[in-house]
Design a protein around this ligand. Structure first.
Ligand SMILES: *Cc1c(COP(=O)(O)O)cnc(C)c1O
Length: 352
């Protein structure tokens, strides 16, 4: 792919690394490419800035939007690494197919991410824990209100230097279950990374955060009995020495962190069981004191430990409300691979 690079004449100063936050500072450049009936064309890297769209562009009306999220990590050796970017590219293809959106090819996705990160390499933070968050997204921009398919699209990538979720070490948070709203149903778009899923989730997440329960567990949209995800992450439970996670069923997002952790745990000899997990069986196990650790998994936080879960009027605390040794070991292993501190036996890490 030919990528035309126009560098900014006005590079911004780098931010203070001790106070980056998440997703609110952007780098000097962005990637953009256009699609019409003749296919993808005009790949370019240009100075970061607003884009102009027709108010009738279909993304504003009919929700044609999918995205990805990955990170660039700078190791102690100064080298910049990506973690399984091909998996993000493939997942975006699957999301596009479900949404009826012309796909952005996975190989071009990886090339575009690598090229943009190299152009803005000075923005990859150097403090361990801080990363350059990479946000690719695809939007439908046909400038009319008809519903005759998506032909015109924009694929963009923006980059944001971001702080660790856990700058002061892992922290476990309180969790509960959402019994009114659902984020996705089988046959819907739960397995895609589409903005619409987040639109459906907003209200419940805001309510539960305000109530003091930042970890909100989503239930299946049909029977409201089975556990799906926690917030915008996949969820795992260590019960009686084994690890349980909801099986992928079409309404759950197939996380790359989830998939990678399953592999790592199996290589440790831990039994990992992917199955339908009901709230009732989890509650039973919690009541009997058999639930050892609970945690969410995703690229942003890597691991987000859950201290306790509230089932209606009953609340159960896991591991004394503290971060468990097992989730900590998983966190250290994944981040060790990502920062190039642990040798990668899997071929997951791409050094730029
Ligand atoms: C992105 C995402 C995840 C985690 O996926 P990773 O590939 O591990 O980052 C889980 N659930 C939802 C709803 C997501 O959007």
């Amino acid at each position: 792919m030919e990528i035309k690079i126009t560098k900014t004449t006005n590079p911004k100063p780098l931010p203070d690394e001790s106070n980056l936050g998440f997703g609110s500072i952007f780098t000097d450049h962005m990637f953009i490419m256009e699609h019409n009936d003749d296919g993808w064309h005009d790949a370019r890297i240009v100075p970061y800035g607003p884009i102009s769209l027709d108010p009738a562009a279909s993304v504003f009306h009919y929700g044609g939007e999918i995205f990805e999220g990955l990170k660039a990590y700078r190791g102690a050796d100064g080298k910049v690494r990506l973690f399984r970017p091909d998996e993000n590219g493939k997942r975006m293809v699957n999301s596009a197919i479900r949404m009826g959106m012309p796909e952005f090819p996975a190989d071009m996705f990886v090339e575009a991410v690598e090229t943009l990160v190299k152009v803005d390499e000075r923005w990859v933070p150097s403090k361990k824990g801080n990363t350059l968050y990479v946000r690719p997204f695809l939007i439908a921009v046909d400038p009319n209100l008809t519903l005759h398919g998506i032909h015109e699209e924009l694929f963009l990538i923006i980059l944001s230097p971001s702080g660790s979720y856990f700058a002061d070490g892992l922290v476990a948070v309180k969790g509960t279950f959402e019994t009114e709203d659902v984020r996705a149903v089988r046959g819907g778009t739960g397995f895609t990374k589409c903005g619409g899923n987040y639109g459906a989730a907003n209200r419940a997440i805001m309510r539960s955060e305000a109530a003091g329960y930042p970890a909100l567990i989503w239930l299946d949209g049909v029977e409201r009995k089975y556990i799906e995800e926690v917030g915008g992450m996949n969820v795992m439970f260590k019960i009686d020495g084994k690890v349980y996670t909801p099986m992928l069923n079409g309404s759950i997002l197939p996380g790359i962190t989830r998939k990678s952790m399953i592999q790592v745990m199996q290589d440790w000899g831990v039994e990992v069981i992917e199955k339908r997990i009901s709230v009732d069986e989890l509650k039973e196990a919690a009541k009997e004191g058999r639930v050892e650790e609970v945690w969410g998994v995703g690229t942003a936080a890597v691991i987000s430990p859950i201290a306790s879960l509230k089932f209606g009027d009953e609340e159960y605390v896991f591991n004394g409300g503290k971060v468990g040794d097992f989730s900590k070991k998983l966190y250290d292993t994944l981040t060790g691979l990502q920062w190039g501190e642990i040798e990668d036996p899997y071929g997951w890490v791409v050094t730029l």
